[in-house]
Design a protein around this ligand. Structure first.
Ligand SMILES: [Zn+2]
Length: 305
């Protein structure tokens, strides 16, 4: 459940409110939500952002307490009472996340994180490796232009650009940072959530510390951990060793086609075609379908890399 919890936290961080209304959660997200709540990643928010209008079920309304009664103003229905007793919003807690990140990086407890752009960019702390110190930054919602502008300005004014590492909840493909030479990693890629703690992915961190020319070599914005994991649109997918071999066989320029049966023979799999290797796990087949395309002639290719 833990990877799912981190995915839910990431998707929450990518919303402007950073909030979730308990009653509107998908059943699929319930367990992940409980994990986040129990570990303290979420705190009770004072006001609920928006919910579907209880009258028409069509428009978004923002619940407000007016004269002691919870109601919302719907463009279609006018004022509607909101009777849902357990309507409760939860917000991500930046201090929890920053604290767990400092622990994951082994940053001295006396160091405090600093908010560089309100609600969107933080200096987590300075991480020392031998003589070198690296400034660890946390950013969210970098695909939004207003946030992105403030992020750029802070990067110029407040960050020594030679030694910083950017951790973001926005996937690299959406973050408009192709010109930024700093290491840029997705939150779900650099840490793992285990028993309420964030653990640093040492391999990915080692990659961050490499000089730029070594880092860019054979780097994928989607796959990591030797194709055992991928992040698409902020969602993290984990794959088996054999499944990873399929991605490795397909890797190359997006659109470069390979015959499925040849791949299966190459990797020594008895399955008929690459997709068959993923079909038993709903999560893995979803990941496969977001990453791989195929045609009626049995050819397969990557949609992105
Ligand atoms: Zn309505």
């Amino acid at each position: 459940m833990a990877p799912r919890a981190l995915s839910l936290l990431v998707s929450l961080l990518e919303t402007s409110s950073g909030r979730v209304v308990e009653d509107t959660l998908d059943t699929a997200d319930r367990d992940a939500f409980e994990v986040l709540r129990e570990t303290g990643a979420l705190v009770v928010a004072d006001d609920v952002p928006v919910i579907l209008c209880p009258a028409c079920g069509d428009q978004d309304v923002a619940p407000r307490r007016i004269a002691g009664v919870l109601q919302g103003l719907c463009p279609d229905c006018g004022y509607v009472p909101i009777t849902n007793a357990s309507l409760k919003a939860w917000a991500f807690d930046p201090s929890w996340l920053l604290g767990r990140l400092r622990m994951a990086f082994g940053i001295a407890a006396r160091q405090d994180s600093v908010e560089l752009v309100p609600g969107t960019l933080w200096k987590v702390g300075d991480h020392k490796t031998g003589k070198q110190a690296h400034r660890v930054l946390l950013a969210r919602r970098l695909s939004e232009h207003s946030v992105h502008k403030a992020f750029r300005e802070a990067l110029l004014d407040k960050v020594e650009r030679d030694n910083a590492v950017i951790i973001s909840t926005t996937p690299k493909s959406a973050a408009m940072v192709s010109d930024v030479s700093l290491p840029f990693v997705h939150l779900a890629e650099i840490v793992h959530l285990r028993s309420g703690k964030l653990e640093l992915d040492e391999e990915r961190w080692a990659w961050c510390l490499k000089p730029a020319h070594l880092r860019s070599h054979a780097d994928s914005s989607v796959f990591y951990d030797g194709y055992r994991a991928a992040i698409v649109g902020g969602e993290e997918y984990s794959f088996s060793v054999n499944q990873a071999l399929v991605f490795e066989a397909l890797d190359g320029e997006p659109g470069t086609k390979r015959l499925g049966s040849t791949i299966m023979a190459d990797i020594g799999s008895p399955q008929r075609n690459p997709r068959a290797l993923f079909r038993h796990n709903p999560r893995q087949i979803e990941g496969f379908d977001r990453l791989v395309a195929y045609d009626d002639y049995g050819f397969y290719w990557l949609k992105r890399r």
